[in-house]
Ligand binder design. Structure first.
Ligand code: OFO
Length: 171
């Protein structure tokens, strides 16, 4: 049985994952409208993935005797200065999610809530994977600089990127 504090903390995380899904969707639209087709497909998949992260938590809260709350969605940011800034915002967002997941793990440890602690390990691994993916994209962008041809190739690469990851993280 979840403590009231844990139930509230997990519901807060449900809201964050819902927001992440909305933010990726807004980013996909930004990319699509600027001709970054591959990136847009990648971001649409990221949006679906974040919704899946939200649902996984949602089901867990109900299964563990709490009451999952369907979150309202705050308006995500829709404008970015550049392709590079878009990915900087994504990395910062994912780092923020990792911090919150770590805080949830600490709370579970503090409360000796081994079930929730065990459940959260999936998110710990997922965040490591996501942060590393976005760091590597930013590294590539550093090398690419203003080379339009290389940017075009990166966009093409992103079209297939994350496709396998999606199946791995299915609930
Ligand atoms: Fe990448 O944020 Fe969900 O967990």
């Amino acid at each position: 049985m979840l403590s009231k504090e844990m139930e509230a903390a997990l519901n807060a995380q449900i809201e964050k994952e819902g927001f992440a899904s909305a933010q990726y969707l807004a980013m996909a639209s930004w990319a699509e409208n600027r001709g970054f087709e591959g990136t847009a497909q990648f971001l649409y998949r990221q949006s679906d993935e974040e919704r899946m992260h939200m649902l996984k938590l949602f089901h867990y809260v109900n299964d563990a005797g709490g009451a999952a709350i369907s979150p309202g969605v705050a308006i995500p940011r829709k404008d970015f200065e550049s392709f590079r800034e878009l990915f900087e915002v994504i990395l910062a967002q994912e780092q923020g999610v990792s911090e919150r997941i770590n805080a949830l793990v600490s709370l579970a440890t503090e409360q000796k809530d081994h079930t929730t602690h065990n459940f959260l390990q999936w998110y710990v691994a997922e965040q490591l994977e996501e942060e590393s993916l976005f760091r590597s994209i930013l590294d590539k962008l550093k090398i690419i600089g203003n080379d339009g041809g290389a940017l075009y190739m990166l966009d093409k690469d992103l079209q297939g990127n994350g496709a396998n990851k999606g199946s791995k993280t299915a609930p």
